[in-house]
Design a protein around this ligand. Structure first.
Ligand code: G3P
Ligand code: CA
Length: 241
């Protein structure tokens, strides 16, 4: 089972910061999940919420802020004083930090009416650094997946699901989604839904699985990967199985 560090090792360090990604790598994580957004000046930054308020000392909508403003913010102190000074990283900084063999699950966070051209910018950056191979681009915004596919058909894409789609194969066909993987929310997974998803013959990577009993369940029912805030604990548990 593949273990993705969710926003890095975000159970131990402020999410989506270089500190959280470094820690996940130190813990032996071979796959990372992170959230990517666009600033007003069309720079790619790594942050989960559309607003900076929860995870920084600032206030405002990421999409309405310039990179320079965003770089002034402290993205670590809210979590623990020992992380004071951590910044919201750019996607490029994360690529520079993370070795090429690590699988990166880049989740595009998009406000539809302010979408800009995030898909193209992400792909251009990946290609300029020759990092387009060990990457899955995922999004709850499935039109982003279509755009990514059109722009670079060989790149891996992951379908992020929150609820349950009644007829997922039909949905995938109707929207001509050429997917690498399916990323369902763990609370919606049952033995039956795993069996249905398995018929698609694509890896299932579920989120966010933090409790040992839930990790055990995923292992037992053949889920291919988990996205977790505690990658070290998931790894230890798997060693027991
Ligand atoms: O990519 C899986 C998971 O991160 C999606 O939910 O809200 O944690 O970004 P969220
Ligand atoms: Ca995410």
């Amino acid at each position: 089972m593949l273990i993705f560090g969710h926003r890095g090792a975000s159970g131990y360090a402020p999410e989506n910061t270089l500190a959280a990604f470094e820690l996940a790598l130190e813990q032996g994580c071979t796959a990372l999940e992170l959230d990517v957004q666009l600033t007003r000046d069309e720079q790619l930054v790594v942050i989960h919420d559309f607003w900076v308020d929860r995870t920084t000392n600032g206030t405002g909508l990421v999409r309405e802020m310039e990179l320079e403003q965003i770089r002034q913010l402290d993205a670590g102190a809210w979590y623990d004083a020992k992380f004071a000074g951590e910044k919201i990283p750019t996607l490029e900084e994360v690529l520079n930090l993370v070795p090429e063999h690590i699988l990166l699950n880049l989740e595009l966070k998009i406000i539809p009416r302010m979408r800009g051209n995030i898909e193209q910018l992400v792909i251009d950056l990946l290609m300029s650094k020759n990092r387009q191979h060990q990457v899955i681009i995922s999004s709850f915004d499935h039109s982003a997946i279509q755009i990514v596919q059109e722009y670079l058909p060989e790149i891996k894409t992951g379908l992020l699901l929150y609820g349950q789609l009644l007829d997922l194969p039909k949905y995938i066909n109707a929207n001509e989604l050429d997917l690498f993987s399916i990323h369902p929310a763990y609370p919606y997974l049952t033995e039956h839904t795993v069996a249905v998803l398995n018929r698609l013959k694509k890896p299932i990577y579920t989120y966010t699985v933090n409790r040992s009993e839930d990790l055990g369940w995923c292992y037992q029912y053949g889920v291919d990967g988990v996205i977790t805030d505690y990658p070290d604990q998931a790894q230890k548990l798997l060693e027991v199985y």
